[in-house]
Design a protein around this ligand. Structure first.
Ligand code: SAH
Length: 246
């Protein structure tokens, strides 16, 4: 049962008032009608069980039956910076990172990034990626929706990540520090930044730049994963050791 994210103010007291795209989606696509119960939530806020009392084409009203407070803020807050991936690999990576609890997603432009955001379309594309994160969060009943940032140059993002407590760049260099050794038994930081490269990998100069900016290079072992697979694997391992997975 998905949880639909609502704008702040859609719930007043025990009454829910839904308009716009969500109302049209519920009424039009999902054929929700009076008497049915839906779950609504403000991103990061409480979750409400609502019985629909009236539904017309683009306005629904409902009665709040139950309110569930959000769980305490989950630590660590994880930002995933990953090189733009071509085709539907990008959407798949956004969806999986959302399901695995990433708080922020930053598409990166690195030296070997094949996909280059096209200037006038960038914000339209970023909005589309944000909607993918929203839908993934709704389907997985997440309490929060990750923020999808506009694509950024790799060096700018490394500099911007200076305040993140633990910064890791995923590098498939044989014999490098393993992610497992970096995580296992170590104190849980409040925030983590993960950098994952493009299909062609990071350039050595990018690894140096990241290390100079406080990132630690870590390896997932001998298997070379696709960028999108590395996003899923790395997030899973961090959430397993330091988060709430497993
Ligand atoms: N240059 C590699 C392919 C890059 S894989 C080659 O052709 O051999 C794409 C990205 O996924 C890499 O930049 C890295 O960030 C991550 N990745 C994939 N496998 C990895 C591994 N075994 N260890 C660390 N990072 C890995």
């Amino acid at each position: 049962m998905p949880v639909f994210f609502i704008e702040r103010g859609a719930i007043q007291g025990t009454t829910a008032s839904l308009t716009g795209p969500l109302a049209r989606h519920l009424k039009g696509s999902l054929r929700v009608h009076p008497g049915e119960h839906v779950w609504l939530a403000e991103a990061g806020g409480p979750r409400y069980e609502v019985r629909i009392t009236a539904a017309d084409r683009d306005h629904l009203t409902g009665q709040v039956l139950a309110e569930i407070p959000p769980p305490p803020l989950r630590l660590p807050r994880i930002t995933v910076g990953f090189a733009l991936i071509k085709g539907d690999g990008m959407e798949w990576a956004i969806q999986k990172a959302t399901e695995l609890g990433a708080a922020r997603l930053v598409p990166l432009i690195t030296a070997r990034t094949i996909v280059r955001p096209k200037a006038p379309r960038t914000s339209h594309q970023t909005q589309r990626w944000q909607n993918i994160a929203l839908e993934a969060a709704q389907q997985s009943m997440c309490w929060e929706v990750p923020v999808v940032a506009e694509p950024q140059p790799f060096d700018a993002w490394c500099a911007e990540s200076a305040s993140t407590a633990c910064r890791l760049i995923l590098w498939e260099k044989p014999g490098g520090l393993s992610l497992r050794d970096r995580l296992r038994g170590k104190p849980r930081p409040d925030s983590v930044a993960l950098a994952i490269g493009p299909e062609g990998g990071f350039e050595p100069g990018e690894i140096e730049l990241a290390e100079h900016a406080g990132f630690e290079a870590v390896s997932l072992g001998a298997r070379i994963l696709r960028s999108e697979s590395a996003v899923l694997a790395t997030l899973s391992l961090v959430q397993y050791e330091w988060g709430d997975l497993g």
